[in-house]
Design a binder for this molecule. Structure first.
Ligand code: ZN
Length: 487
């Protein structure tokens, strides 16, 4: 039996937990997030000055842009000066699939020219993923970042973790960064090694969800890391089979927003299988950040963790900074990188930033805090017009995901008359419900909740949940589908 895990809930309990783990206790003197605001700021400013010099001399994209913008990189002395620099868009980055953002190599410095790893961005509009390069220096620094990240989210060197990210034909950060964060603290890791077959590849290499479930039992796994809806489906399948998942006490449910209701649902199912406390982190990750920024409390905010490496801003379209807590476009600046380097880069999410000390753990680093419902970023591209109303799908998703009895759901925006592209928009909500639930009541509740969230009443349709999400076919559940004819 693994020891029961008690989630630390305040500064005192967190410090006691850190003190109980020699690796984390030993790291404390160098853990910048626990230093004062002034110390953090001076480390950020010093790193930014050095980073600007690298961009001026070695970045094909930015050295041209500085001339075009009339910005003297040497005039940028502090993170407050960043507002003088125009933002970089995803379109800029994707134009040559990220190549011009990789620094020219400095052959005098071995840590700077060894290309150690390339990961690729997901979901590009062009269909071609962009490359993101890490040199030796970047990889070593990331190892430090992962140690700090594990400490924020209560992963321990003695944990036994299963990497449930798919082994995909495009190397994404999910699978690979899980390997690195486990190795960074010396954690034991095993693999689900799931994934879709590669067309034309002659051998069957992937493993199944069933094999993953069996290994979780057999190898005494207590922590899971993977795409949230996949982990949830795995838990549901294990529950149906009467499996023993009582050891599971930590979950990295990543890759998509995980509202409170979804976390409670996963926890409840695990507890039916004998689990005790379960900490479910929905760390906020993206390729350009090379990590998932961790929560110290569920929905407590995504901690930067390593403020010497990143500076976060929430900005308007022109790059003007928003005050603390106000929603804006997430804009990140790499303060200490050698491979792919981004300056004031718009990630594509709407978030709010807090520069206040964390009320739970007391760390002084920046946090991305919840803005809509109980989920972090809203993808900017997802704002959509239905029946002439601009809606934020995040609020709509949040309303349904937090409803007891809903197992899977999917919104479909379509037309009232399939053969008439000019007929009214129709918002259809497909629901895979718990057996035994009062469907008429659930339908009424869902209509009411969605109407309150986005001022539109959906048509509710109950379907088998495999119709909505089949883990054997897709990476994650698609929550909103727009089937209207393109204009
Ligand atoms: Zn915290």
């Amino acid at each position: 039996m693994s020891k029961a895990f008690k989630v630390p809930r305040n500064r005192e309990e967190i410090m006691a937990w850190i003190d109980s783990i020699p690796l984390y206790k030993g790291d404390q003197p160098l853990d910048l997030a626990f230093k004062s605001k002034e110390e953090i700021r001076s480390a950020q400013d010093a790193n930014l000055v050095a980073q600007m010099e690298r961009l001026e001399n070695q970045s094909p994209f930015y050295r041209e842009k500085f001339k075009e913008w009339g910005v003297d990189p040497k005039s940028i002395r502090s993170v407050d000066d960043l507002e003088k620099i125009p933002v970089t868009s995803k379109a800029d980055y994707m134009k040559d699939r990220g190549e011009s953002f990789k620094l020219d190599m400095d052959f005098a410095k071995i840590m700077d020219y060894i290309l150690y790893e390339i990961t690729y961005t997901t979901g590009t509009t062009t269909g071609l993923p962009s490359r993101f390069y890490n040199t030796t220096y970047d990889m070593f620094l990331q190892t430090w970042m992962f140690r700090i990240g594990c400490k924020i989210t209560y992963l321990e060197p003695d944990d036994i973790l299963m990497n449930l990210f798919p082994f995909h034909f495009i190397p994404h950060i999910g699978y690979y960064k899980t390997v690195h964060f486990a190795s960074a603290v010396g954690m034991t890791m095993c693999w689900g090694f799931t994934g879709a077959p590669l067309p034309g590849f002659p051998y069957s290499i992937h493993r199944s969800m069933q094999q993953a479930i069996e290994d979780i039992e057999k190898k005494k796994v207590n922590a899971l890391s993977g795409i949230a809806s996949y982990i949830r489906r795995l838990i549901m399948t294990a529950e149906e089979q009467g499996r023993d998942l009582s050891r599971i006490n930590k979950i990295q449910a990543l890759g998509e927003a995980v509202p409170k209701g979804m976390r409670d649902d996963m926890r409840k199912r695990l507890q039916k299988m004998g689990a005790g406390e379960v900490f479910i982190s929905n760390a906020f990750g993206f390729t350009e950040g090379q990590t998932a920024f961790q929560e110290c409390a569920e929905l407590g905010g995504a901690h930067c963790g390593v403020p010497q490496m990143y500076y976060f801003e929430a900005v308007d379209e022109k790059g003007k900074r928003k005050p603390d807590g106000e929603p804006g476009l997430l804009c990140i600046t790499h303060l200490d990188r050698r491979g792919t380097c981004l300056l004031r880069y718009l990630v594509g999410d709407i978030v709010a930033i807090s520069n206040e000390p964390c009320p739970i753990c007391g760390r002084n680093d920046q946090r991305i805090v919840t803005t809509v419902g109980s989920t972090y970023g809203t993808r900017t591209s997802e704002l959509m017009k239905v029946k002439g109303t601009l809606i934020n799908p995040e609020t709509m998703r949040d309303a349904v995901a937090n409803t007891p009895g809903v197992i899977e759901y999917q919104f479909i925006v379509t037309k009232e008359k399939a053969d008439d592209p000019y007929s009214m928009d129709l918002l259809l909500l497909k629901v895979g419900a718990d057996e035994g639930v009062d469907k008429a009541r659930l339908e009424g509740e869902l209509k009411e909740k969605v109407k309150r969230a986005v001022e539109l009443t959906p048509k509710v349709e109950f379907v088998p949940f495999a119709e909505i999400f089949n883990p054997g076919q897709t990476l994650k559940a698609t929550r909103i589908v727009d089937q209207r004819p393109k204009e």
